[in-house]
Design a protein around this ligand. Structure first.
Ligand code: NOJ
Length: 575
């Protein structure tokens, strides 16, 4: 993968997926080839050169399977076909070939905590067809004090409301931790586990290079489905997350499928600590390669849950460093994923940078952080040009069922009478920010489609777009490209040990990466005010006398250590 780098003998366990940089594509919003306003697979294939020029090694494709699109594809109705609006299986094969021709690998999304309610398994299950009765969680409910039917337990859904919906045909309630159109599969049923293994194998046999595994910490529910008792949201999360048989299920899936292929697996796991992560990772765990944890995503939201509108928006760099550093150093020989944003999160420059006065500088700082820390970096589409949050004025402007559910829940709980009272909160947390179409050029609809886009393009596209960014050697895009090149060249950025300096500093995020004799110092002034790094205040013996600059987000004359770093200045030094 890095033929021009001099392989270091200090690298303990070299793996292509540790050295890779992943680029995440949200197909609906990436590039529309046929003018229907919805991004599609031929549109992605048309951008193969784009991935190559940026230098990424893996493309992660969010779900493109057949789906009624209640949650933009995370509700799969047929795991072995492609949604018509995204193309055909031949289109998908062509995409795979075009990526592989450029040595770019393809990661698919595996969504098997739940299916769509339009999947034939659910249709058969709701009819109690022999063999399918227990594919999902069906339960009788009770009768409340006022005589109304009540669900089998008090669990809440991530999309708002109860996690149970009554089905008139089966005359029972079914469980859905997400939308009511996303019923949870019953992994206790061995036939379900067999179906999952067989569909995983079906895709692996088609030559893909791995899976991002959706919401996988929720697949094992404890016997009796007991009520939740904490005040965390959604209610019951402490009961249904990391359930009692989860390791058995994942290990079984691993041995049956992933273990037999040279692929990467990255598991999405909210509600997961460093200590727990080790149980899932590596050969001595469940065989997973890395985890997308959420601890840093929770730094600016309520401890009760992201959609609790009583607390949000404030975050401290000191706490952020503490969380990230725990993940950087606490995994022993295990590996991890590193990300700042994705299709479920606001835009990173609006959230962790300054999308006004220092949009370019702060977006480059965030890129520097992402690409110089330990763990496989995941870049989300649009991040590389500094795309920003949108401003949603009305509930009708939103698309995401999770955000809409949160607004409805807040109204039901009497926390807000109207959308206006929640507008700022929604504009802070909404998943919709990440889903506005990719901004390719200053053509109409940002060059995303020749039709009417399914979701409004951010009005700043005439200024922020790929064409402009590629034409400007100083752009955020070129900074990503340089960082990607640097990471490909420098084993120390991939495999080096991470050490945090100045943990209590409220402006500077500074750390070293060390591999054998190689040592880099990264200084990020994560603030709009100047900040100085006093080497005497660090515990480390940095040997700064011979420090040289490898990369800076300001002019080529980066600030030397000891002088004040400029707002959002980010420098990589070789020591
Ligand atoms: C996580 C996915 O990233 C998100 O978009 C989806 O809504 C849920 N899992 C449910 O599949």
């Amino acid at each position: 993968m890095t033929p021009d780098s001099s392989p270091s003998s200090d690298v303990p366990d070299r793996q292509w997926w540790k050295e890779a940089i992943v680029y995440q594509v949200y197909p609906r919003s990436f590039n529309d080839s046929d003018g229907d306003g919805v991004g599609d697979i031929p549109g992605i294939t048309a951008k193969a050169e784009y991935f190559d020029s940026l230098g990424v090694d893996v493309v992660w494709l969010c779900p493109v399977y057949e789906s009624p699109q209640a949650d933009n594809g995370y509700d799969v109705s047929d795991y072995r076909s492609i949604a018509a609006e995204f193309g055909t299986i031949e289109d998908w094969e062509h995409l795979l070939a075009e990526l592989h021709d450029r040595d770019i690998r393809l990661l698919m999304d595996l969504v098997v905590n739940h299916t769509s309610d339009e999947h034939e398994w659910f249709e058969k299950s709701r009819r109690r067809e022999a063999g399918y009765e227990d594919y999902y969680y069906w339960r009788d409910g009770g009768i409340g004090e006022n005589g109304d039917p009540v669900p089998p337990n008090n669990w809440g859904s991530f999309m708002g409301g109860s996690a149970w919906t009554y089905d008139d045909e089966r005359e029972q309630w079914y469980l859905h931790l997400f939308d009511e159109k996303q019923p949870d599969l019953n992994w206790r049923n061995p036939d379900v586990r067999e179906e999952v293994a067989s569909l995983v194998e079906w895709w692996l046999e088609r030559g893909i290079d791995g899976f991002r595994v959706d919401a996988i910490n929720y697949i094992s529910k404890p016997e009796g489905l007991p009520d939740g008792e904490s005040d965390r949201e959604p209610t019951g999360i402490e009961v249904f997350s990391h359930g009692p048989r989860i390791h058995e299920y994942l290990r079984e899936l691993y041995e049956r499928t992933f273990a037999n292929y040279d692929v990467m697996t990255v598991a999405e796991m909210a509600d997961t600590t460093v200590d727990r992560a080790g149980e899932y990772l590596g050969e001595d765990g469940d065989g997973l390669n890395m985890i997308l944890h959420f601890e840093h995503m929770d730094v600016d939201v309520s401890p009760r849950g992201r959609f609790d509108p009583s607390e949000w928006g404030e975050w401290s760099l000191v706490e952020f460093k503490e969380i990230l550093s725990r993940w950087q150093t606490g995994l022993g020989d295990d590996w991890n994923a590193q990300y700042l944003g994705n299709h479920d999160q606001p835009r990173i420059v609006s959230r962790f940078g300054d999308d006004e006065a220092y949009r370019v500088e702060s977006a480059k700082l965030l890129a520097t952080f992402l690409l110089t820390t330990r763990g496989t970096p995941f870049v989300y589409q649009g991040e590389e040009i500094g795309m920003t949050n949108e401003e949603f004025e009305r509930l009708a402007d939103l698309d995401d069922p999770m955000t809409i559910g949160a607004v409805e829940d807040a109204a039901a709980a009497g926390r807000a009478g109207s959308f206006d009272e929640l507008r700022e909160f929604v504009n802070y947390v909404s998943r919709d920010h990440a889903r506005t179409p990719m901004q390719w050029s200053d053509d109409e609809h940002a060059g995303f489609t020749t039709g009417t886009p399914w979701f409004d393009v951010n009005a700043n596209y005439p200024e922020i777009n790929v064409e402009a960014a590629r034409a400007d050697g100083d752009s955020i895009w070129h900074h990503y490209r340089r960082l990607i090149d640097l990471r490909h060249r420098e084993d120390v950025l991939v495999y080096g040990e991470y050490e945090l300096l100045l943990p209590e500093d409220e402006q500077l995020y500074a750390y070293t990466r060390t591999l054998g004799d190689e040592r880099l110092l990264i200084v990020l002034n994560w603030s709009p005010e100047p900040a100085s790094l006093d080497p005497d205040e660090t515990d480390a013996d940095l040997g700064l006398a011979n420090a040289t600059t490898l990369l800076s987000n300001y002019d080529p004359d980066a600030t030397p250590v000891g002088r004040a770093f400029r707002p959002y200045e980010a420098v990589v030094f070789r020591l």
